[in-house]
Design a protein around this ligand. Sequence first.
Ligand code: PLP
Length: 361
Amino acid sequence: MNIIITPNQSPVSDSVREEMVAAGGFGKFYTDNMVIANWSEADGWGDAVLQPYGPLTLDPATAVFHYGQEIFEGMKAYSQPDGGISLFRPEANAARFGRSAARLALPEMPIEFFVQSVEELVKQDRNWVPKNFGESLYLRPFMIATEVGLGVRPSNKAMYLLIATPASAYFDPSKAVTVWISTEYVRAAEGGTGEAKCGGNYAASLIAQKQAALQGCDQVVWLDAKERFWVEEMGGMNLYFVKGSGADATIVTPKLTGTLLPGITRDSILTVAADLGYKVEEVMISIDDWRDGVASGEITEIFACGTAAVVSPIGAAKSAHGTWTTGDGNPGPITAQIRETLLGIQHGTIEDKHGWNKRVC
Ligand SMILES: *Cc1c(COP(=O)(O)O)cnc(C)c1O
C-alpha cells in the first residue's frame, strides 16, 4: 500500500491556525489535511490518499448509517524539546485497531500502513502540533462500512479515514471529577464488544452519561453486566486506585476481563508506576471495596486514564448506594506524579526507557 500525497493547496493562514491551536479544547478545529483509503473484498486495500480535509459524500443506504459497523482509535503527537514531534506507542494503537476490526467484521489494516498514514499526516500538518507541555495533536483514525444496501451482513467495502485536531488538557488536571456509578445501564457484557473500540459502545453509553449529568456528575462509572458489582471503567477511560501513601503505596487497576477496553495509557501506567517504585496490581475491584476503602482511608486516591485526558483525578463517587468521597476530594500527589511522569516521557523531558516514543519529524 502506498500513500499518495496531494495536500491542501490553500491551508488556513498562519495567524488563523495559530489562533485555532491556542484556543485549546478538544475537537474544535481540524487540520488542513486528512487521509482516506478504501478497501473492497474483491481488491483489498487501495492506495491511501492524503488530501485536503473536507466533507464526504456517501449514499444514504451506506451500511455504517444503519448498522453501526464502525471502529476508531485515539492517539497523540507530542512536541519535543528540540522542536521535533513524536508519536506515543503508535504500533499499540495499530494492533488494537486490528483487533477492533476483527471483532466488527471489518478488514484488518497492516500495522505498518496504519502507522505510516499517521506519520504522513503529522508530518504534513506539523504546524498544528501545539508546543505547550500537556498539549498535543490528537489523531483520530477510524473505519466505516461503506457497502451500499440495507441487507444485514458484513460489509464488502470499507473506508479508512484519519483526521487530526489540536488538543489541550481534556479535563482540568487540578480539579477532581465527580462520577456517577451506574447500576441501571451497562457498557459491555461478556461476548459483546467491550474490548473493541467501536462507536456503538459509545452510542449505548450516552443515556447513562445524561443520567450522570442529571445527578450533577461529570462522568459515568461502569460496573460488570452480570452482578453490577465489579468496577470496570469510567466513560472512555480506565480506572486506577491508590492504596496507602508515599513510597509504600500500592496502585491497583481493574483486571482485564474481556469486557474492559485495554487502554494503552492503562498499560503504560502499569510500567511507569512500577518504575517509580510503587507496587502495582491488576485485580477485581468491587463497589464495596471502593466504598469501604475510601471510608477507612485505605484508598487515598482514585484516577482515570486515557489518551485524551492522560490522567484525571476522581473525587466524589455517587450512586444508588450513596456518595463516597476520596480523601478530601482534591487531586492527590501520586496521581499528579504519574501524570507528570507520563506526560514528561511523551514530551521527551523524561527519559523514554521503554522506547515508547516514535519520532516523526
Ligand atoms: C479508548 C478508551 C480507553 C482508553 O484507552 P487509551 O488507549 O488509553 O486511550 C478506555 N476505555 C474506553 C471505553 C475507550 O474507548
